[in-house]
Design a binder for this molecule. Structure first.
Ligand code: SF4
Length: 230
């Protein structure tokens, strides 16, 4: 399906949803101040599920896929939905999710328990593929608009799993090492609040083979930290 043109649908939405769509992230932060008590999570999630900010660039149109409740103690910060996740509306409902759950040492019933685990990718909608293959990066407008108010509305978070370089760039900023491999290798530097991971895509099987320390040294620490918070 081709990208939907900027349409009357957006114009209608602007009427309902003026701050974010018309003037961008600064106004979004004013709409959702950094005070969880004044920013109910359910209202924020409802606004995100109606967001059409990137409708002009998303190949399958907006369909935000995210999960969160105020009691969540672990945040999985991923990249962006693939086509299967877009189709089902269920995050990590694919082989990447199977591998991530194996890394965490938990099954689907715990992974999808929103009371304990929030799942907020860096882009909530499927961004499409690059001309040469591979997924396009998450829409930058998504994190710029929604991430700060969302994080402020999740006061119980104790651990953020930074899945891939986009999540690491946003959440670690200048604390990130020059490469993803080096950032993940330094996982202990970011504990107890964060744990950087490679993307669990099957495209990264070669990376896992080249870096056996990840399974031998990092995953046992990750599983212990996750288990302590569940
Ligand atoms: S990617 Fe994010 S900002 Fe863009 S339409 Fe989807 S929810 Fe809105």
């Amino acid at each position: 399906m081709l990208a939907a043109p900027v349409s009357r649908k957006i114009q209608r939405s602007i009427g309902d949803f003026p701050a974010v769509l018309q003037v961008g992230p600064e106004t979004a932060l004013r709409k959702y101040p950094m005070n969880p008590a004044s920013c109910p999570l359910d209202r924020l999630l409802a606004d995100i599920r109606g967001c059409v900010l990137c409708a002009d660039t998303l190949p399958l149109g907006p369909r935000p896929v995210l999960r969160a409740t105020v009691t969540a103690r672990i945040l999985i910060a991923g990249q962006a939905p693939g086509t299967r996740v877009h189709d089902t509306g269920i995050p990590f409902n694919d082989r990447s999710g199977d591998r991530l759950r194996q890394w965490l040492g938990i099954g689907p019933e715990v992974f999808y328990d929103q009371g304990r685990i929030a799942i907020l990718p860096m882009g909530f909608c499927y961004p499409g593929v690059l001309p040469g293959g591979g997924d396009r990066p998450p829409e930058p407008r998504c994190a710029a608009t929604w991430r700060a108010p969302l994080l402020a509305a999740l006061p119980q978070l104790r651990l953020t799993l930074l899945v891939g370089s986009y999540a690491q760039a946003y959440h670690l900023g200048r604390r990130r090492a020059p490469t993803l491999t080096e950032t993940v290798r330094r996982f202990a530097d970011y504990l107890p609040a964060a744990f950087p991971l490679p993307h669990p895509s099957w495209r990264n099987t070669g990376w896992l083979k080249r870096n056996p320390w990840f399974e031998d040294d990092a995953l046992p620490v990750l599983r212990a930290r996750v288990s302590a918070l569940l």
